[in-house]
Design a protein around this ligand. Sequence first.
Ligand code: PLP
Length: 417
Amino acid sequence: MSARPQPASAVRPYDVERVRRDFPILATRVNGHPLTYLDSAASSQRPRQVLRAIEDYETHSHANVHRGVHTLSQAATGAFEGARERARRFINAASVREVIFVRGTTEGINLVAQSYARPRYRTGDEILISALEHHANIVPWQLVCEQTRCTLKVAPINTRGELDYEAFRRLLSPRTRLVAVAHISNALGTILPVAELIRDAHAQGAVVLIDGAQAAPHTRVDVQALGADFYTFSAHKMYGPTGIGVLYAREALLESMPPWQGGGDMIRTVSFERTTYNELPYRFEAGTPNISGAIGLAAAMDYLESLSLEAVAAHEARLLELATAQVGALPDIELIGTAAHKAAVLSFTMRGVHAHDLGTILDAEGVAVRTGHHCAMPVMTFFNVPATARASFGCYNTEEDVARLVAALQRARGLFG
Ligand code: PLP
């Protein structure tokens, strides 16, 4: 995390009721109950400020970007490139040349896998991930291993769902070319020691990709302070729209990478004999981008910073503590993932009840939780469960939401006897 000064709002008390009024969808009733939305780790809701920024753009400024001399195209280009600068500031990248708009975390990781790793690696090279990764940070590396015959290594976790750091360090070697880990686990909520991990990986000459999908909404990310080589996240988990995210990559690395996808906007000149490529970051953004998405993402960043990321994180930490104590005290509940450092996620099982049945019963009470493997099947295998129920918290959740979750779980227990 950065040592940048905290905004003045960080010292104001956190007014969750005021925050909730920014999210129209929270007034929805589900199955006759007020909505208790506890699925922000899958996708968060959007505040009016984001909805309005998108509508304003679509209503007044839409045209294609980078191509037109006409007024609307210039307005759209200005807004789109303004969003890039907003994203640069949000993660403290050194330059907008290092900020690539992608569809989301999944595309960011695939871009690095195919454009950075695939042309470089061969037999004997190793890619090191951890055992708590989302499928988006497993499968792209498996594809690279199939394509190049390099080897995938997996650092284990312990029964609390923490990275076994000693084992991780033992797996690091001069053969390790790339380390790819989550900043925060989506299935368990574990916060990984990414700054230390990046230092240790760099000491062995490896580059590091951080999957920041779950971190960007909860933690101030400073890519320069972290020393990350690649850092990627999705807007829709941080109060922005779907279909847009950011891949941060150090400029020197991007300069050394071939384009991933070809098409409009990523070229400088094209002839049938030879094509030359555009400068950064456009070389990695083939085709018409998600313009309104980028504008919505920038508005989401403005929104989060207006609340203060530190204040949001502190609020969510209080809710997590409360929910951990209360849900953990219920009969027949087992908490899955009890790391010392966690953020905003409570995964659990109820003895004798499949997670999907539990999710359906909770939904009947208006309580939205995620059930299933959370795109982290190896984590489920490790804990020897087919699935978990997962409650995840965002800036708009309240103690009342925790109470409703607990009451609904008690009713579910009663139903299953
Ligand atoms: N990585 C983590 C840790 C996630 O939680 C998710 C989404 O749940 C992803 C990657 C994939 O994100 P997206 O589906 O937005 O590309």
